[in-house]
Design a protein around this ligand. Sequence first.
Ligand SMILES: NC(=O)c1ccc[n+]([C@@H]2O[C@H](COP(=O)([O-])OP(=O)(O)OC[C@H]3O[C@@H](n4cnc5c(N)ncnc54)[C@H](OP(=O)(O)O)[C@@H]3O)[C@@H](O)[C@H]2O)c1
Length: 280
Amino acid sequence: MPDAIPTIPLNDGTHMPAVGFGTYKLNGADGVATMVRALHNGYRLLDSAFNYENEGAVGAALRKSGVPRDEIRVTSKLPGRRHAYDRALATIEESLYRTGLDHLDIYLIHWPNPQTGLYVEAWQALVEARRRGLVRTIGVCNFLPEHLDRIILETGVAPAINQIELHPYFPQAPQRDYDSSHAIVTQAWSPLGRANDLLGHATIADIARQHGRSIAQVILRWQVQLGTVPLPKATSDARQVENRSIFDFALTAADMDTITALGRKDGRLADQDPSRYEEF
Ligand SMILES: NC(=O)c1ccc[n+]([C@@H]2O[C@H](COP(=O)([O-])OP(=O)(O)OC[C@H]3O[C@@H](n4cnc5c(N)ncnc54)[C@H](OP(=O)(O)O)[C@@H]3O)[C@@H](O)[C@H]2O)c1
């Protein structure tokens, strides 16, 4: 196995691996087996959510892997239908029951749902959950600057993490700038574009050839060099190892610019603009 995945510091004094493992669609016994393999292949951050209906599988994988609990970071996320303060706290407690853990390492608000308009309450509940020791690190997903400004202004607490859609067709420069200027680490969801045509893109293939790497490795390395934390999901051992083996080469500034230039204004995979898309 390659060396341990490096870690990066968060604004609350904790650390997080510089690449994590996505678990969307990993359910049941097959999901547990895939996550156990990921842990044995060196991943130490499992990215789950209440809505993935696999928090139980995450807890089972963690126990089955034999990896010490304190070496693993488990993330879950609060669904849109549970933003009201009391419901949010009960949902976090339910996440703990489902995983069988006594605390979650990272808890995020899954979507801001601005029309519903309860995300400040949801954030207050996460702050309280951290105070009670139910969760260690709190953050958000899919928050735009206006949503972040509001929770910071109204609670005085800045998130440690903002997890957003980020791949070469959607490099998210303004949001990354906002996050880093507020000491918020950006995590990248669907970092491989959910295996769309990016994985055969001729421009990235050229760069990959020059470095003797795969296209997936170049995309994930680009995300790391942007200062973001990709969360690739992969089933086979070969792909899991491939995706985490990105800390022994570096892209040039020209490579970085070339990949970022593939960005499109409407580069989202499924038109999920958080200013109007709501998920429950
Ligand atoms: N916060 C949010 O709103 C949000 C939204 C979406 C996703 N997420 C998180 O982000 C994680 C990752 O996103 P995602 O699962 O949508 O997509 P992704 O990680 O971009 O892509 C996963 C797809 O890529 C394939 N793949 C993985 N490594 C590969 C490689 N080296 N070569 C070729 N194909 C490869 C996988 O196939 P196999 O599985 O067959 O190997 C799978 O089909 C999710 O699992 C979830 O944890 C969060």
